[in-house]
Write a protein of this length. Structure first.
Length: 572
């Protein structure tokens, strides 16, 4: 039974009236019936592809989502969009495509929904950038929407221990240092990734999956179940059911994603020792809602949030362990009990966060998550930094670090390749601050992640004996004293461009500072001598991105956002 008035929905533009007979004929060609065409049209977008294990279980879940939509009075229309998988793009020029893919995912989803006038949206994502990309599209379009994570990979086994792909990256460094044989490295690579699903530690995908529940765009518990488990299909089905309820009740993403819910999202990132990339993605999602919420705002929340979930790479456990211990709702409940999140925020259930969590009890018979009054550390696993070296801010993951202050001498590289070559050949020493610059949003372009370099350093046993700073990014899997997102970036003449080999750099995660210890007179002298480098690309998507992308402080976004929109798509 259809209780929706199509005359008030976007799909009226493609399905109602004699003049739309040609449009309807296309739907009849796809075996839709008259009764299907009069129902609301719901886009079911997944980032399914065969690029990586993160994505291969998504089409299965999309079918269950479509059943849920259909059984609750809607007509589902499935489509796919791209992903760039960081694990495979890592360590070479392909990584320049990664962050840009977030914008392409959001843009292509927007264009598909706009072009075909869909009334609602369910988005299913697996890889790092596809999660924020789809959440950005939902907020941009502002049609009733539900987000669904495709699920994490199961942990691999190597020499009796749980391992993730990060162990393989660090294994490369161990192999270089003569601490791992060819045979051991091969055994590790063959066993580290045993199933479908996104990387198992609290890297960017699982961090943003936790965010999807904390921000209210995903159903409770939906982010926890590993990808191979058929239980995921139930969450997919329920997401299809629920998007129709949101359409019925006229609840839209911007009713859910508010400044308060964005703060809740930042809290869960810090509480789980999550990926520094969240400090890029939360401002980008905020931009789609017309909300000002930048890296420094995120960092303030990180600073006052206790670190509660003992997850890799800084801790011991993986996403599957957190799921079995009680999942994201259990962590949210203890954060709520501690007054650390706002329970009045609306969610896709149609209820508030507090209402969703009322029956959740904290399981004391597990070691993955601590209660709010028994933290691993009193401040979050991710810290914001500011100083003369980063006036627009920078970010560092401190979860698992034994010391939070580092003073060292600069060793400068103008690309990740140069730095990786130096690390591979051990052309650095204890006490160095390795500087990788011209890898920012514009200068890269695309703000590459540096996991190959940081993992090689760790594998060589130098993890906390050196620091690494960059205007690029780090994988959520990076560990060690690694500072990313330094802004302004080198390409536009930021302070990081002026550093010389041997300069003293002081990083203090306790104080939240990062400074280059040279005189103001010397700084001015270097500024006058500095000349902008020629861009790395003069054509194609990377060039196009470099022309429009803004600073990492505001999420490296490529358009003004909802604050400048003249008409919201949902109201066409």
């Amino acid at each position: 039974m259809n209780n929706f008035d199509k005359k008030k929905l976007p799909s009226r533009h493609t399905t109602l009236g004699p003049e739309r007979a040609p449009h309807r004929s296309f739907y009849y060609a796809m075996n839709l019936k008259k009764e299907d065409v009069v129902k609301p049209f719901v886009g079911v977008v997944s980032t399914w592809n065969e690029a990586a294990p993160c994505n291969i279980a998504l089409m299965r879940q999309a079918q269950s989502t479509k059943k849920g939509v259909f059984e609750n009075g809607g007509t589902p229309r499935e489509f796919c969009t791209i992903t760039v998988t960081d694990g495979i793009a890592m360590g070479h020029e392909g990584m320049k495509s990664s962050l840009i893919s977030r914008e392409v995912i959001a843009d292509s989803t927007e264009l598909t929904v706009r072009g075909h006038c869909y009334d609602a949206l369910v988005g299913i994502a697996g890889c790092d950038k596809s999660l924020p990309g789809l959440m950005m599209a939902m907020c941009r379009l502002n049609v009733p929407s539900v987000f669904l994570y495709g699920g994490s990979i199961l942990p691999g086994k190597f020499k009796g221990k749980d391992v993730t792909v990060v162990d393989v990256y660090e294994g490369v460094g161990m192999h270089e240092a003569g601490k791992m044989t060819d045979e051991e490295l091969e055994e590790l690579e063959l066993n580290a990734c045993p199933s479908a699903g996104a990387c198992g530690g609290q890297f960017t995908a699982n961090t943003m999956a936790c965010v999807s529940e904390a921000i209210g765009l995903a159903l409770p518990f939906s982010s926890g179940t590993p990808a191979p488990y058929l239980e995921r299909d139930k969450y997919a089905f329920d997401s299809g059911i629920q998007v129709m309820n949101l359409l019925k009740n006229k609840i839209r993403p911007r009713d859910i994603v508010t400044l308060e819910s964005l703060k809740n999202a930042a809290v869960i990132v810090a509480a789980t020792g999550g990926s520094t990339n969240a400090a890029l993605h939360l401002p980008a999602i905020a931009n789609e809602c017309g909300i000002k919420f930048n890296l420094l705002d995120v960092a303030k929340i990180f600073k006052k949030t206790p670190y509660l979930a003992d997850l890799k790479p800084g801790g011991k456990y993986v996403a599957k362990d957190m799921f079995e211990a009680g999942g994201v709702p259990m962590l949210l409940k203890t954060l709520l009990d501690g007054g650390l999140i706002d329970g009045n925020c609306l969610t896709v259930t149609g209820k508030t966060m507090k209402e969703n969590l009322k029956d959740i009890e904290f399981n004391k018979n597990q070691k993955v998550m601590r209660s709010h009054n028994d933290p691993i550390t009193k401040t979050g696993g991710v810290v914001g930094l500011k100083g003369n070296l980063a006036k627009e801010g920078a970010i560092v993951k401190v979860a698992g670090l034994s010391k939070l202050k580092f003073t060292g001498s600069a060793k400068c590289f103008d690309s990740e390749e140069e730095a990786f070559y130096a690390v591979k050949n051990k052309k650095y020493k204890e006490g160095d601050v390795i500087v990788i610059r011209y890898e920012g949003p514009k200068g890269g372009p695309g703000m590459r992640e540096m996991l190959s370099t940081t993992a090689a350093i760790y594998g060589q046993g130098m993890g906390e004996k050196v620091a690494l700073i960059t205007d690029g990014r780090f994988s959520g899997a990076t560990r060690g004293f690694c500072v990313g997102h330094i802004g302004p970036e080198a390409f536009i003449g930021g302070m990081i461009a002026l550093i010389k080999d041997g300069d003293e750099i002081v990083i203090d995660a306790n104080k939240g500072s990062i400074d280059l210890k040279i005189s103001k007179k010397e700084i001015e002298k270097r500024k006058k001598k500095w000349k902008q480098k020629k861009p790395n690309f003069n054509s194609g998507t990377l060039w196009k991105y470099s022309q429009s992308v803004g600073s990492s402080q505001n999420g490296a976004v490529t358009h003004p956002g909802a604050s400048k929109e003249k008409k919201c798509y949902a109201d066409i």
